[in-house]
Design a protein around this ligand. Structure first.
Ligand code: NDP
Length: 311
């Protein structure tokens, strides 16, 4: 089996940036794209805060640009998912990575940029309507609720963004915030307030998603006055944060209690030699495309240094 110099797991901003740097350093990187090629940004609409795009850009277009730039320098991109890893704890010994439960690859360095995935509330009724009324991606599914009433859950920037996006398509959007205030940035909150057909319901929790075959309403609880209510809506969108995609590294790499990979200070180094972590899989604080890209760059530079120290 051929041993690759640098294997990159995941294809969000961190993975592609690592690929650009690794390819330009002649490490001949191979990228395993993962379940969601392009990562979370492919499910977002306008990105307005990434430097270099003064007029903004859509998430999918931006990731397309990243991909083209990585390919331009020779990154080999494989459509597949890493299903298991056997990470060596001996410096200089290769790591084994299994793709789609079907074949193995050996790599001297592994850069992890597996990102994070949307969280759900965990209600039985939510599961029942997954894909038929319940969604964690307004950009992907909003179109199906054109001129209808929908509910969005969450109080962060994602919720504010999803709710304002849906307000352009839907008749009415209800935003359920569990506390008496939103966590979203001031500019996003202002957009929510300025949107006529968007109503924020503070101190509201979801009890049940109602319906037979499709969603017809959401049973909610006002936690302040303990009054239950039913909101007539056909769509239910979650925007309550994310979990890091790091399960396959359990027992091999150090992670915090939530599952974020722990890296050594000011570096992308994990507890295994030659394994580097970048992007949302290791960042529970900033979680921005630009910080993910920056940490992907760090991982590639760390991988390059590790390889040159071996020789
Ligand atoms: P956040 O973690 O910032 O916010 C999650 C929100 O969901 C919080 O309001 C939280 O409530 C709420 N929540 C969590 N669990 C539940 C639950 N079980 N029931 C009801 N509500 C719940 O996640 P985001 O995805 O919004 O943002 C992640 C990061 O990405 C942030 O740093 C954000 O700034 C950034 N981002 C930036 C964007 C932009 O600039 N364009 C767009 C989207 C995200 P509570 O506050 O009560 O904990």
């Amino acid at each position: 089996m051929e041993t690759i110099e640098c294997l990159i797991i995941g294809s969000g901003p961190a993975g592609y940036t690592a690929a650009i740097y690794a390819a330009r350093a002649n490490l001949k990187p191979v990228m395993i794209q993962g379940l969601q090629p392009g990562g979370q940004l492919t499910t977002t609409n306008d990105v307005e805060n990434y430097p270099g795009y003064p007029n903004g850009i859509t998430g999918p277009d931006m990731m397309d640009d990243f991909k083209k730039q990585a390919e331009r320098f020779g990154t080999k991109i494989i459509l597949g998912t890493v299903t298991a890893v056997d990470l060596s704890d001996v410096k200089g010994k290769s790591h084994k990575v299994t793709i789609d439960n079907q074949y193995d690859m050996l790599a001297k360095t592994v850069i992890i940029s597996t990102g994070a995935s949307a969280k759900y509330l965990g209600l039985e009724s939510e599961k029942k309507f997954m894909g038929s009324g319940v969604s964690a991606c307004a950009v992907c599914d909003g179109f199906f609720f054109k001129n209808q009433d929908v509910v969005v859950v969450g109080g962060g920037d994602s919720a504010a963004e999803e709710a304002t996006y849906l307000s352009k398509l839907c008749n009415k959007v209800y935003l359920l915030v569990r506390k008496d205030q939103m966590r979203a940035s001031q500019i996003m909150q202002q957009r929510v307030i300025d949107t006529e057909n968007l109503e924020v319901l503070y101190n509201h929790e979801t009890l049940e998603v109602l319906g037979e075959k499709t969603v017809t309403g959401i049973k909610v609880l006002n936690t302040k006055n303990k009054i239950e209510n039913i909101i007539n809506a056909t769509g239910f969108f979650l925007a309550i944060g994310h979990n890091p995609n790091t399960n396959i590294f359990n027992g091999q790499l150090n992670m915090d209690e939530v599952g974020y990979l722990i890296t050594q200070p000011d570096s992308s180094l994990t507890n295994r030699p030659g394994v580097f972590a970048s992007g949302d899989a290791q960042d529970s604080i900033y979680r921005q495309a630009i910080t993910a890209a920056g940490s992907g760059c760090m991982a590639a530079l760390d991988a390059e240094k590790y390889l040159s120290d071996l020789n």
